[in-house]
Design a protein around this ligand. Structure first.
Ligand SMILES: *[C@@H]1O[C@H](CO)[C@@H](O)[C@H](O)[C@H]1NC(C)=O
Ligand SMILES: *[C@@H]1O[C@H](CO)[C@@H](O)[C@H](O)[C@H]1NC(C)=O
Length: 322
């Protein structure tokens, strides 16, 4: 099934001079609490508080949720109490309460009912999950320029994983036709984005990562050549439980999977292109972290924040050479 979806985010004017003329959002992955009371973790709670503070201090128009929204087996149906316990009742900070969330599914979501997560969009004014994969058009205020955020389902593309078994590579798509249709959709959207000043692509699995799961061979094969060819600004993902920035072939790779767990291993350091790793943070004592993105006429600036509020790393990516 080839579905073309267009969702336009209308950027509300945000008060304060530092917030002008930019589209800004927070990107958080692997934030999905636990399946038993209290259905959240201290790290999810502190990350939620810090996201609220960042939304107020730096500005944010929306949140991008990078998957593994509900540990460990997603939700059962659209009335599942986990929507309240792990989402609504956790992300309650004043700066956050009114922001829309744009959601994608991770492997743990696919272990449950993703259709229910899509359907929950009709229950919550802030939960936006219109399809397994979709496209957001972002207009940069004060300019005629636009940016494109393409939201993928990398589990549909590459398959699920057995997190508790040996290895950890996705098993291959369960529905090869659906995977092929998504890839065809992505090619079309990338071609249509040729006039966008920035193009961001997001999915749950990393293309490049130095951590526990490492690079996803399926995405290195399917996605990486497309990202380079279309001069995509950055690829954003979760899955590995830390914060990373890598740069390869002119594309920035943002790993933001520290919303609930934090892991420090760099066991796949030798598996990424030499010199590509620019930043890594996975201190096991850390209370979590996330990324803030700011797109303006001049740059796409990625800031990694710890849940303490500490800025860990910042990088400015140039507009595409159109
Ligand atoms: C998944 O969720 C949808 C929406 O709530 C529901 O209609 C469907 O029955 C659920 N599927 C299963 C297998 O429980
Ligand atoms: C936007 O486009 C319009 C029409 O082409 C032009 O008149 C205007 O100056 C442009 N504004 C900016 C900020 O580039």
């Amino acid at each position: 099934m080839l579905v073309l979806l267009w969702v336009t985010v209308t950027v509300a004017a945000v008060a304060g001079e530092s917030h002008e003329a930019a589209v800004q959002f927070l990107a958080v992955g692997d934030w999905g609490g636990v399946p038993d009371p209290p259905f959240t973790t201290p790290r999810e709670m502190s990350t939620a508080t810090a996201m609220g503070r960042a939304a107020t201090d730096l500005g944010a128009d929306f949140v991008l949720a990078l998957g593994d929204n509900f540990y460990y087996e997603g939700v059962q149906d659209e009335w599942d109490s986990r929507f309240q316990e792990t989402f609504e009742q956790v992300f309650t900070a004043p700066g956050l309460r009114q922001l829309p969330w744009f959601v994608l599914a991770g492997n743990h979501d696919h272990a449950g009912n993703v259709t229910a997560q899509l359907a929950y969009s009709h229950h919550s004014p802030r939960w936006h999950f219109p399809h397994y994969y979709y496209s957001l058009r972002l207009s940069l205020p004060g300019t005629n320029a636009s940016a494109r955020l393409l939201v993928l389902d990398t589990v549909q593309l590459c398959g699920g994983v057995d997190d508790f078994g040996v290895g950890g590579a996705p098993r291959g798509p369960r529905d090869a036709a659906a995977a092929a249709a998504q890839l065809a959709w992505l090619r079309g959207r990338l071609a249509a984005a040729r006039h966008d000043r920035y193009v961001l692509v997001s999915g749950h699995y990393p293309v490049w990562s130095v951590a526990e799961h490492g690079p996803t061979a399926c995405l290195v094969r399917l996605l990486q050549p497309l990202l380079r060819r279309h001069r995509v600004t950055a690829y954003l993902c979760g899955h590995d439980h830390n914060l990373q920035f890598l740069e390869e072939g002119g594309v920035g790779y943002v790993v933001s999977g520290a919303g609930n767990f934090m892991e420090e291993t760099q066991r796949h350091r030798g598996a990424v292109p030499p010199g590509s790793l620019r930043f890594f943070f996975g201190a096991p004592t850390s209370p979590g972290g996330f990324a803030h993105l700011r797109l303006d006429a001049h740059a796409a600036t990625v800031t990694f924040l710890e849940a303490t509020g500490r800025v860990l790393y910042r990088v400015a990516l140039p507009p595409r050479d159109l």
